[in-house]
Design a protein around this ligand. Sequence first.
Ligand SMILES: *[C@@H]1O[C@H](CO)[C@@H](O)[C@H](O)[C@H]1NC(C)=O
Ligand SMILES: *[C@@H]1O[C@H](CO)[C@@H](O)[C@H](O)[C@H]1NC(C)=O
Ligand SMILES: *[C@@H]1O[C@H](CO)[C@@H](O)[C@H](O)[C@H]1NC(C)=O
Ligand SMILES: *[C@@H]1O[C@H](CO)[C@@H](O)[C@H](O)[C@H]1NC(C)=O
Length: 428
Amino acid sequence: MQELCLLCWAVLLGLGLACPEPCDCGQKYGFQIADCAYRDLEAVPPGFPANVTTLSLSANRLPSLPEGAFREVPLLQSLWLAHNEIRTVAAGALASLGHLKSLDLSHNLISDFSWRDLHNLSALQLLKMDSNELTFIPQDAFRSLHALRSLQLNHNRLHTLAEGTFAPLTALSHLQLNDNPFDCTCGIMWFKTWALTTAVSIPEQDNITCTSPHVLRGTLLTRLLPLPCSAPLVQLTYQPSQDGAELRPGFVLALHCDAEGQPAPQLHWHIQTPGGMVEIASPNVGTDGRALPGTLTASSRLRFQAFANGSLLIPDFSKLEEGTYSCLATNELGSAESSVNVALATPGEGGEDVLGRRFRGKAAEGKGCYTVNNEVQPSGPEDNVVIIYLSRTGVQEAAAAGKGVSGQQLQGLLLLGQSLLLFLFTSF
Ligand SMILES: *[C@@H]1O[C@H](CO)[C@@H](O)[C@H](O)[C@H]1NC(C)=O
Ligand SMILES: *[C@@H]1O[C@H](CO)[C@@H](O)[C@H](O)[C@H]1NC(C)=O
Ligand SMILES: *[C@@H]1O[C@H](CO)[C@@H](O)[C@H](O)[C@H]1NC(C)=O
Ligand SMILES: *[C@@H]1O[C@H](CO)[C@@H](O)[C@H](O)[C@H]1NC(C)=O
């Protein structure tokens, strides 16, 4: 029993005075220091005294920092990790270090960093993350770092910075951002204004430059001229395959999404058909109508051909392609959407009656049919219904009355509302 207790004491004492075998531990100026630099370490060694305040693991071969890597040393104030091979800093690796004032992670390979952990490091004064492979910084990454004085992010792969990223850093006096491949689009314009008015010292501004777009390559961020920046606007228009001519089964329906905005918006089509939702990132075909490489398709001819110029062609329009066609335009300033409902009436199914029942009450009977210039004034989204019957007789009657169905008139009509209903009446 006594022997056992002696062992207990030995273990307890051992724990208190321990130092991992490869490291040197000691005291200096009241700090408890653990020096494990230049030891070829591939992991953070276990067994530190719990009161360590300074830990150097610089110039080792650590490949990552796992969750709880510094759980043993909650009182740490300085942590030196420069010149390792760290790629990943896992969630929970640093969050326990609420007393940390200095953190050096420079000269590693970090691309995957747990930014959330910084939210717990509210005592941090120095953060060195230069010479890594960071590609982005979340907008709220620094929201708790009210004591941070120096932030070094130079020599990374940052291509943009969200507006307000540095706003919470009220104690910041030094910021290094040089040598990042910035993409000088609307999203980073704020930085110039901020950099020119802030009291924060930003050295080496000659090396804070645009890498893209090509025409701005090498331009200093602080010398960028204002760019014309605007959120997207879209208009959907429609074109029959042959203007005013009779439409036969298998005709080509063309929708055109005219999107404005700076930078040029990305287009997506969302098509709600009877068979389900089809989502298309535009373009999915080249100018020749052939599927672009990487587009999943069983057949050589795509059912929906989205061209880079904003046109969507449906080569074999049938009942299966009826539905709601939405064009969604997105750029870094926002997004906009426009939709059109397309229904197909074929002779023999009781045309008007069937369609009339299907869109009960939305279409005043007879209104909008045959006389294309009979504009239905929309009074609400649900009433934004324009019905156009295209049939041989219809076109002829309209033409006889001196009201030819021109593509332009059709487009004018189709631009009336946001939710349009277009009936195509084929005749053969
Ligand atoms: C840390 O703990 C050890 C062992 O308990 C003690 O000898 C040392 O003085 C402490 N260091 C500091 C800086 O308090
Ligand atoms: C980090 O901060 C959050 C919120 O303040 C807290 O709930 C969490 O326990 C902290 N994490 C650690 C490891 O201390
Ligand atoms: C600035 O950029 C130039 C050209 O890329 C490079 O030669 C120079 O070393 C950089 N200066 C610093 C201090 O990084
Ligand atoms: C877009 O390109 C396609 C294929 O080249 C063409 O058929 C279509 O008419 C074009 N759309 C417009 C609005 O120019």
